[in-house]
Ligand binder design. Structure first.
Ligand code: IDP
Ligand code: MG
Length: 151
């Protein structure tokens, strides 16, 4: 059991296309525990920090514009191997390559409109959680089905 927390964001297209419920529902049904969640109108400053690792890439400016174009849903999910699990559930970065059954595979068409973000490693998850949430915004509770989720 590798209990982890990961930062997940439903991007502006996910919100505008009415996919918030569908996406959260998938994580919820998988048994991932939602420990923090909020709707955020992302500032340019926050977007630039979040995508700072890509600041020299050609898609940096359009991606910052995309993420600041409409509110997003920011959340922290917790569970066994949550970081990789969420990445698998999201599918590959380019929705054209993402497996059917994944969020990007089922709902996306373009790499620059790929609906959802999830941290890609332990260090990134820690950085992104601290960037987007204050400690007091993170809830500590037990989900009643946890005992049935685990072996
Ligand atoms: P990831 O979101 O799957 O981790 P990254 O390579 O970290 O993918 O890229 C971050 C985000 O930047 C992508 O999710 C996508 O929104 C955007 N992006 C990446 N590559 C491209 C591109 O080639 N064209 C347009 N947008 C891109
Ligand atoms: Mg990434």
């Amino acid at each position: 059991m590798q209990n982890e927390r990961t930062f997940v964001m439903i991007k502006p297209d996910g919100l505008q296309r009415g996919l918030i419920g569908e996406i959260i529902s998938r994580f919820e049904k998988k048994g991932l525990k939602l420990v923090a969640m909020k709707l955020v109108s992302v500032s340019k400053e926050l977007a630039e920090k979040h995508y700072g690792i890509h600041k020299d890439k050609p898609f940096f400016v359009p991606t910052v514009k995309y993420i600041t174009s409409s509110p997003v849903v920011a959340m922290i999910l917790e569970g066994n191997n949550a970081i990789d699990l969420v990445r698998t559930m999201m599918g590959k970065t380019n929705p054209q390559d993402a497996a059917m059954g994944s969020i990007r595979g089922d709902f996306g068409q373009f790499i620059g409109r790929n609906i959802v973000h999830g941290s890609d490693g332990i260090d990134t998850a820690e950085f992104e959680i601290n960037l987007w949430f204050k400690p007091e915004e993170i809830a500590n509770y037990t989900r009643i089905d946890e005992v049935w989720l685990r072996e």
